[in-house]
Design a protein around this ligand. Sequence first.
Ligand SMILES: Cc1ncc(COP(=O)(O)O)c(C=O)c1O
Length: 456
Amino acid sequence: MNSFRQFETDRNLDSPNRNISPITTKINKEGSLLVGGCRLSDLAKRYGTPLYILDEETIRTSCKAYVQSLKKYYPAPSLALYASKANSSLVMSSLIGSEGMGLDAVSEGELITALRGGVPGEKIVLHGNNKSERELRVAYENKVTVIVDNFNDLLLLEKIVPPEGPCIKLMLRLTPGIECHTHEYIRTGHLDSKFGFDPDQLEVVLKQIKEFSWADLIGLHAHIGSQIFELNPHKDLAIVMADAFKLAIEIGHPITDLNIGGGLGVKYISSDDPPSIDTWIKVIANALVKAFQSRSISLPRLLCEPGRSLVATSGLTLYEIGSQKNIPGIRKYISVDGGMSDNPRPITYQSLYTACLVDRPCDDKNVEIVTIAGKHCESGDILLKDFPLPAPESGEILGVFGTGAYNLSMSSNYNRIPRPATVIVNNGHSELIQRRETPEDLLKFDVLPDRFIAFN
Ligand SMILES: Cc1ncc(COP(=O)(O)O)c(C=O)c1O
């Protein structure tokens, strides 16, 4: 039952989003799991737990898959942008830049992480449904393209961009009204969404921007959701966007860029079967070529914004197993030294994961159904429910796969628990890329006014 070899069959080395574990995962002679040539239990000993691991080869393979598939299937220029909300750090930014990609940021924090990590401003776009004046200013000063989400963005930009120029590059985000089957919170393209302009606002905003001498509208954007396995919603999106493009051109905007967002799903559990990156790009490219040609519009530069599918399966989290509680006939709880603060996805989206004991990945003896609980003061702090493991013992290291996206970036300090360290592995080497927080770090932001000191 809990055999790594069983849940990880038919490994796909070209499209890492179709595997549960990083593409470099191996089992050594002693039967221990290695990633990037590093034994996972050694990493746990060296860096402590909980520990986020990122496999460089998996990330680079995913980047190359996007860049090459765009070149292969789309007969006009293209640029893949990494949706840095999935996992933002200086090293991720540098790695993305070195693969020739651009990046999507949603805040000043993500923006400066990208810029200082070496991604040129011209290859960055700024998103957000409630951007601050300061965020827009940082974007303008660094030649970042702003994805206008609403009329308020335009009011703020008018104050920021000096009349003597240079102009600011803008794209417009549309709500395309496309339904797709994913969790309600990660669906963004249907009409009842806080993001983007409704279809019936499009003409008004396009005409308004025509009047702004400071604005250079270069294209349109839409994102329909995340962890999507279906391909049809993106075919529908091609039609909606081609119509919107036509309207923009008719109103007099010589726009050149189309950004179709991200959303490709990944394999978290054995039954997940997402399309490959190659297939995803092929279907989108073909649909766009058809939609644009049938409207006699020249093909735009194609941008896309993958987040999860670029980084999720490069990552895993190592935990040390601690206490156990067996409730006969009901459930056996195995507690680990992290939980909802380092991985809020199960409690937020009821997300499912796959795990194994990293020094006994193929042990099929004494397999029992256990529930992996986090250490936080919340009954819902469960990482995996009713999962088969071979009689886990306290002190053993558990690896939870697929945690490279939306784990660190959505982490918290709930219960004043410090965030784990992050280590990148490649060719038998491991490097710390984010140091572990300490309880002292967390106290740094507390302020104790004098009148409270008397009680100390
Ligand atoms: C505007 C935008 N682009 C890209 C993404 C990345 O999506 P994913 O991680 O599913 O590829 C998101 C995430 O929700 C998003 O909101």
